[in-house]
Ligand binder design. Structure first.
Ligand code: CO
Length: 499
């Protein structure tokens, strides 16, 4: 299907044009609330629940461009599936910074990824006040809808109205200057909680040595376990993985030179330099420290940079970890515009499997998928456990680096791949696997993804049958507008609509 489409555009050398891709980064200033009625195909009636997504909604403040999309104000998009119908709503997270900047009509804060206050270095020198932009992930857990940003506390929202309720401290367990990463993992069956599910998360306080805090939350949304660890060296860690017994974090080989940041010349994210000749350290933290006398273990493997992991599981004394690994950290160039990204000049993210032997302290790694890919998703019941199927955003072409235009299903057992592509004019966001209620097969369910359609400058909610991508989209829900490329989100089987 996608090949036919490409043949209609023989002038296209690539599967996309940069102009099409760029338009998906226009700000969305409006907040909507409507039933989706422009639908191709049929929404499966068994698909009941709510998909929450987060990402930068504003790529400028009143016309002043931000330097990197990671600096954009968080906007929640919600699609509610109920009895074969769907409803859309979006709202910005009312962070202090968002409200102040919207009122002032200009950028007031420096961004981690290089957005500077206007006025050059003089306006930015020794200004360490960053904006908690709440733009990276959104999760419904323990009756709370939380917008997450890794360098600060979460913002709590009303799941029915998406109204911002304020900062979340989990009854004061999280102090105001603490962080709560944007990548919690849901353990479907926690041994320490008698088999009940729990949410596991971490936070990082980098320095010459780095403080790593792990949190575990019960189904009531309370922090029931909190452990603090210290590891040598500076850490830049965005995501982690869990197994039944461990939290595992990859310490990417980077150095941090704070001087240009302190002097107001660069954002903190721009002062991070990748060190290709140094190893990646894999930090293995027991989830039950009292039963594990050796405590934290650090193993080493070849250099590379990891933002996201797909999953991890234990096999005897070994831990298997599947991660998206880059040859180098794509650096944020101070003078460049991210919209001018030269994809071909950057190394693609590829899926690797790491085998950790805890007895021998060795790591083996193996390339699973060489196609450029990012944003993995798996069946929620398999988090931290052996699994077979993985769904991931991917480039349309088999080789090279390019924007994500396709979704690949990988059968880790048979090696089979299935690809659904939105090329040449569609660009995909993070796919989310949603199991069919009472399903028995691991791939019995749907894959939901927002696809930016440059031909109509709007976004579609695409529903794929996870067991068979080849039959094409089950349904394509056309929104009335576009949604700027987002980051992460989660699905809950609870149906949230405004009352
Ligand atoms: Co992420």
């Amino acid at each position: 299907m996608h090949k036919l489409k490409l043949q209609e555009h023989p002038d296209l050398e690539k599967s996309y044009t940069r102009e099409d891709w760029q338009r998906g980064y226009e700000s969305l200033t409006q907040e909507f609330d409507y039933g989706i009625d422009d639908i191709e195909g049929e929404i499966p009636p068994e698909l009941q629940g709510t998909l929450f997504r987060n990402g930068p909604g504003l790529l400028d403040v009143n016309g002043q461009s931000i330097h990197h999309p990671f600096d954009g104000d968080g906007m929640i998009s919600r699609i509610t599936f109920n009895n074969g119908r769907a409803h859309f709503r979006n709202r910005f997270v009312r962070t202090t910074g968002y409200l102040e900047e919207q009122k002032a009509g200009k950028i007031l804060y420096r961004g981690v990824f290089g957005t500077q206050k206007p006025g050059g270095w003089l306006a930015n020198i020794f200004n360490f006040q960053l904006k908690n932009i709440a733009n990276t992930n959104v999760i419904y857990w323990g009756g709370k809808l939380l917008a997450l940003w890794e360098a600060a506390v979460p913002h709590r929202l009303n799941p029915h109205t998406l109204e911002t309720l304020g900062k979340e401290s989990f009854n004061g367990v999280l102090s105001a200057d603490e962080a709560f990463s944007a990548h919690p993992r849901l353990d479907p069956s926690c041994a320490q909680d008698g088999g009940a599910p729990c949410l596991v998360n971490f936070s990082i306080k980098p320095g010459l040595s780095t403080k790593i805090t792990t949190f575990e939350l019960n189904t009531a949304g309370e922090i029931v376990r909190k452990h603090v660890h210290s590891v040598p060296g500076f850490c830049f860690i965005h995501d982690f993985v869990i197994t039944s017994n461990y939290c595992i974090l990859f310490q990417n080989p980077v150095t941090f030179n704070p001087l240009p940041f302190a002097l107001g010349m660069l954002g903190a994210g721009e002062c991070i330099k990748f060190q290709p000749n140094q190893p990646t350290r894999i930090i293995v933290i027991p989830r039950t420290p009292q039963t594990e006398p050796q405590g934290v273990k650090i193993l080493e493997t070849s250099s590379g940079f990891v933002f996201h992991h797909a999953n991890a599981f234990e096999v005897g004394d070994e831990i298997v970890i599947d991660s998206i690994c880059y040859e180098a950290l794509p650096e944020v160039e101070p003078a460049s515009d991210f919209r001018q990204t030269n994809f071909e000049a950057i190394s693609p993210g590829q899926l690797w499997r790491f085998d950790l032997n805890l007895k021998e302290n060795t790591v083996q790694r193996e390339l699973i998928e060489s196609r450029c890919c990012e944003f993995p998703s798996i069946h929620p019941d398999n988090v931290g456990r052996p699994y077979r199927y993985l769904y991931i955003g991917a480039a349309h072409a088999e080789t090279g680096n390019a924007p994500l235009q396709a979704i690949v299903k990988i059968d880790l057992k048979s090696g089979e791949r299935q690809l659904w592509s939105a090329a040449p004019r569609g660009f995909v966001g993070e796919p989310i696997f949603v199991p069919r209620p009472n399903s028995q097969q691991e791939d019995d369910g749907w894959v939901l993804a927002l696809v930016y359609d440059a031909a109509h400058h709007r976004s579609d909610m695409v529903i794929l049958d996870a067991s068979d991508f080849h039959k094409g989209a089950v349904a394509r829900l056309h929104l009335k507008h576009h949604i700027p490329y987002g980051l992460h989100g989660n699905f809950t089987s609870e149906v949230f609509l405004a009352n």
